[in-house]
Write a protein that binds this ligand. Structure first.
Ligand code: KIV
Length: 261
C-alpha cells in the first residue's frame, strides 16, 4: 500500500489482476484524505466545473482553473498518482497546443494528464515529451452537446467504434483508459482487448479499476446517479453541523469559556 503509484505500476496492477482505485479531488484537504484512504490515482477532473465551480457542464472549465486546483491537490497527495484533466479547448487545435497544455499541468504538479477522445497524434507527442497520458472514451462529458445529453454510449453496433478507439489510443501510447457510461459487456470486451488498465465509471465491474467523483461518493450533491454509490450523506451532515453552530452563536453558547482566552 505504501509504494508510490506510477503510470507503469498501474499497468502491473492490471497484469496481477489487482483492482485500481481512483477518486477525484480538487483541494489539498480532500487530496490528502483520498491519498490516506489508499486511492491509487487522484484525479483533478474537469468535473471541478460541476461540483466546485457551479458550472452546468465541464465545457466551461478553463486551463487556468484546472492549474489552480492541481497546485492545491499536489500539496496533499504523496503516494497516489496525480492525474490532471486537460479541459475542452486546451487541446485539439494543434499538436503544439496539446503539448503546451500537458507541460503546464505537469509543471503545476500533475504526474500524468487525461484527455477525452481519439487524439492519437496528440497522445504520441505528449508521451514523447515524457508525460504519461490517460485516455477517456464513451460518454466523454466535453462532447455533451454533441451527444445531446449525458447518455449511455456504445450500445449495439456503435460499441465497435469505441473498441477501435481504445485500440488506437493504446497504440498511440496511453497508459490507461477511462471508460464512462458504456454497457458492461462492451467494457469487458475493451478490458480484455487492451493490455493497459481500463478505469470505469458507469461501465460495470469488469473494468480493471473504478473512478468516482468525490462529491458523489460523499453525498455532497443534490443529484444521485445510477453509476454512483453514496457512502455517506455529506450534505445533511454538513448542513446539520452548520445549523448547530448558527444556533449556538445566536443563543450565546459558542464560544464558551473553553474557546476563549
Ligand atoms: O472530470 C472527471 O472527474 C472525470 C471522471 C469522472 C472520469 O473525467
Amino acid at each position: 500500500m505504501s509504494e508510490k503509484v506510477t503510470a507503469p505500476r498501474l499497468r502491473s496492477l492490471k497484469a496481477k489482476g489487482e483492482k485500481i482505485v481512483c477518486i477525484t479531488a480538487y483541494d489539498v484537504f480532500f487530496g490528502r484524505i483520498a491519498d490516506e484512504a489508499g486511492a491509487d490515482v487522484v484525479l483533478v477532473g474537469d468535473s471541478l466545473g460541476n461540483v466546485v465551480l457551479g458550472y452546468p457542464t465541464t465545457v466551461f472549465v478553463t486551463l487556468d482553473e484546472i492549474l489552480h486546483h492541481v497546485r492545491a491537490v499536489r500539496r496533499g497527495v504523496s503516494r497516489a498518482l496525480l492525474v490532471a484533466d486537460m479541459p475542452l479547448g486546451s487541446y485539439g487545435g494543434s499538436i503544439a497546443q496539446a503539448v503546451e497544455t500537458a507541460t503546464a499541468l505537469v509543471k503545476a504538479g500533475a504526474e500524468a494528464v487525461k484527455l477525452e477522445g481519439e487524439y492519437s497524434e496528440e497522445i504520441r507527442a505528449i508521451t514523447k515529451m515524457g508525460i504519461p497520458v490517460m485516455g477517456h472514451l464513451g460518454m466523454t462529458p466535453q462532447s455533451v452537446n454533441n451527444f445531446g445529453g449525458f447518455k449511455v454510449q456504445g450500445k449495439g453496433s456503435s460499441g465497435e467504434a469505441i473498441l477501435q478507439s481504445a485500440k488506437s489510443i493504446e497504440q498511440a501510447g496511453v497508459f490507461s483508459i477511462v471508460l464512462e457510461l458504456i454497457p458492461k459487456a462492451l467494457s469487458a470486451q475493451i478490458t480484455n482487448g487492451v493490455s493497459i488498465p481500463t478505469i470505469g465509471i458507469g461501465a460495470g465491474a469488469e473494468c480493471d479499476g473504478q473512478v468516482q467523483v468525490m462529491h458523489d461518493l460523499l453525498g455532497f450533491s443534490d443529484e444521485t446517479f445510477r453509476h454512483s454509490k453514496r457512502y455517506m450523506d455529506g450534505q445533511s451532515a454538513v448542513l446539520e453541523s452548520m445549523r448547530t453552530y448558527a444556533r449556538e452563536v445566536r443563543r450565546g453558547s459558542f464560544p464558551s469559556e473553553e474557546n476563549s482566552f
